[in-house]
Design a protein around this ligand. Structure first.
Ligand code: KIV
Length: 257
């Protein structure tokens, strides 16, 4: 699927499901679960590399993990989920030329068909517009933007009128610039609803209620594997606890043999 084809989902009221992946096992699990999109999110910094935030992850890390994810796909390149790679911190904040070079590396060296970029400050808008003109599809990301946590923290965004209006304006701007879809993270449900209704491109929510055109989840959070669970993602299974219990039993039975 090409990124531009996602808009058909919205037109046909077909819900979009995106799951994150960080290696070939999580890639194959996400694909076989039926996800439409597999996002190699920079959350892999915490989920798989043990960092405390997304800031330390590098472009090389993202390319390496994106390739591992696609090696886990079983379906042919035209049939596997739409693969999207996050642009990590400082790969698009240092000017348009660098952003084209770095996003270009992702597209040239992986099977990702698009990149995701956080925020919509004027400098980021210029970058997004240039990338799209240069043939690199961009998914936007508004609301809680973890790469900006040193300024904004990790709290819910869009709760006061000024911030709410800003996010609404930014969403419209990203659509105008040519983003094919926007992730809305940790914002009030009704704000997500207004944005969803005002855009032609699909909105994909996480911690943004049920009115979005799709949902995205960090697969490790959903499976209860993460060290620190975000308040807006309830796990559907206590994965880590269950794995530890069952492995403990195996270790003990082996030791007693
Ligand atoms: O990095 C990530 O996993 C993300 C999702 C939370 C959308 O950006």
């Amino acid at each position: 699927m090409l990124p531009s084809e996602l808009v058909k989902y919205k037109k046909n009221s077909k819900k979009i499901i995106a799951l994150t992946a960080w290696d070939s096992i999580s890639g194959s699990i996400a694909e076989e679960s039926g996800a439409d999109i597999v996002l190699v999110g920079d959350s892999l910094a915490m989920v798989c590399l043990g960092y405390k935030s997304t800031l330390p992850v590098t472009l090389e890390n993202m390319i390496y993990h994106t390739n591992a994810v696609s090696r886990g796909f079983k379906k042919s390149i035209n049939e596997h989920p739409l693969l999207i790679c996050d642009m990590p911190f400082l790969t698009y904040q240092c000017g348009e030329d660098k952003a084209v070079e770095y996003a270009g590396k992702v597209i040239k060296n992986t099977y990702a068909k698009a990149v995701k970029i956080e925020g919509a400050e004027p400098e980021v808008q210029d970058v997004i517009s240039r990338l799209i003109r240069m043939g690199i599809p961009v998914m936007g990301h508004l609301g809680l933007t973890p790469q900006n946590y040193l300024n904004l923290g990790l709290k819910k965004q869009g709760e006061d009128i000024e911030n709410k209006e800003k996010i609404k304006r930014q969403a419209l701007t990203l659509e105008k610039l040519g983003c094919f879809s926007i992730v809305l993270e940790h914002i009030p449900d009704l704000l997500a609803k207004e944005i969803q209704e005002n855009l032609e491109i699909p909105t994909i929510g996480i911690g943004a209620g049920n009115f979005c055109d799709g949902q995205v989840r960090v697969t490790a959070d959903l499976l209860g594997l993460s060290e620190k669970q975000p308040p807006f993602c309830s796990p559907i299974i206590s994965g880590k606890k269950n794995f530890i219990e069952i492995l403990k039993q195996w270790v003990e039975s082996e030791k007693s043999n």
